[in-house]
Design a protein around this ligand. Structure first.
Ligand SMILES: C[S@@+](CC[C@H](N)C(=O)[O-])C[C@H]1O[C@@H](n2cnc3c(N)ncnc32)[C@H](O)[C@@H]1O
Length: 339
């Protein structure tokens, strides 16, 4: 056979599933044989159609793609592909492989948070730390540190100890991680977020912790491997089905007895009712707020977490209950569940 042939076996089989079947059945020795005998004359392409950009380049993340497709991860490790990105462009896209649970252009969280973070970076060109603090809802650096300290107080209440393996779901710019570091906590930390700029900044703040972009409704950790998963101000911005998917996967990655702690907005709190009214007015005036806020009730969370997912309630702290931090309310209700 002509070795100068402009031909790529993998791309050809990916793009021509009928040929892949025929090769599997032994009708042809290879895609190449089919191409030479029939495919070329039929006008089939022997190369990847083009190394095109995926439909949603913003959503592609190498680590998430490799996590979702262990076979591609193995092929990259074996040198068959230079990267997951190369695989996706040349074969994965054509065969409809998922790049993330959040890949749809309509994914509100990725779209809204990416815009919010970039707008803030532009707004504060000489104060990157302030932009990073504002991106996660703190108005000042002092507020950023104080909120971090409060988060640590709640984590300790939930049972945080040195030496544990913890997962910071939606780690943002590293507000909690930096506070863990300030408080001298030691253990195995992993933090994941959608937005690369935030993850990069968290990494700068806490160089010994493990941060990564992850854009799937899953936790990048093996089964039953973690002592604690926490998610501060994440479920406050997601729809119920998204909360369900994350909570379900948190259950998978926790060790038996492991803790899942998270915060929510509930209409039990006067401040949250006010927020709902502010949002409603903004919505009506045609200038909606930059991202989704989602409101739940304690009973709703209880059904989801216990009846549907098999967690056990360990503690529930209302938004204004000073028990959360030892001095003032946490500002959001805190749910603490045990696997
Ligand atoms: C209010 S910030 C809180 C960040 C951090 N937990 C903290 O308390 O500092 C919300 C974070 O959730 C992230 N986020 C939003 N939707 C997400 C999703 N579906 N999956 C993972 N992270 C998400 C955003 O990028 C943002 O960093």
């Amino acid at each position: 056979m002509n070795d100068d042939l402009d031909f790529d076996e993998t791309a050809y089989l990916t793009n021509n599933q009928d040929v892949r079947l025929a090769v599997q059945r032994g009708i042809f020795a290879s895609g190449r044989e089919h191409y030479v005998r029939y495919g070329r004359a039929e006008g089939r392409k022997g190369r990847p159609l083009v190394a095109r950009a995926p439909l949603d380049a913003e959503a592609f993340d190498e680590g998430t793609y490799l996590w979702l497709h262990p076979d591609v991860r193995a092929a990259v490790a074996a040198g068959q592909w230079a990267s997951g990105w190369e695989h996706y462009q040349k074969a994965g896209w054509e065969s409809g492989m998922r790049i993330a649970g959040l890949q749809q252009a309509t994914s509100h969280a990725l779209r809204d948070y990416t815009k919010l973070v970039r707008d803030l970076i532009e707004q504060y060109p000489h104060d990157y730390p302030l932009a990073m603090a504002r991106a996660v809802g703190s108005l000042s650096l002092a507020g950023y540190h104080e909120a971090g300290d409060h988060q640590i107080a709640v984590l300790k209440l939930a049972g945080l100890q040195n030496g544990q393996a913890v997962y910071d779901l939606a780690c943002g710019s590293g507000r909690t991680a930096a506070a863990l570091q300030r408080h001298g906590w030691t253990g195995n930390y992993r933090g994941a977020d959608l937005v690369k700029e935030l993850v990069d900044y968290a990494r700068v703040q806490c160089p010994t912790f493990d941060f990564f972009v992850h854009r799937d409704y899953s936790l990048r950790a093996p089964d039953a491997s973690l002592d604690m998963v926490y998610a501060w101000s994440l479920f406050t911005h997601l729809q119920l089905e998204e909360i369900y998917l994350y909570a379900q996967d948190a259950h998978r990655v926790l060790k038996p007895g492991g803790i899942f702690a998270f915060s929510v907005l509930t209409l039990d709190a006067a401040a949250h009712r006010d927020l709902l009214i502010t949002r409603a007015n903004a919505f009506k005036s045609g200038a909606p707020m930059p991202h989704l806020d989602f409101f739940v009730s304690r009973s709703m969370i209880e059904i989801l977490m216990t009846d549907m997912l098999g967690f056990t309630l360990q503690d529930w702290i209302d938004a204004d209950d000073p028990r959360a931090t030892g001095s003032v309310g946490f500002g959001q209700a805190v749910a603490i569940y045990r696997k």
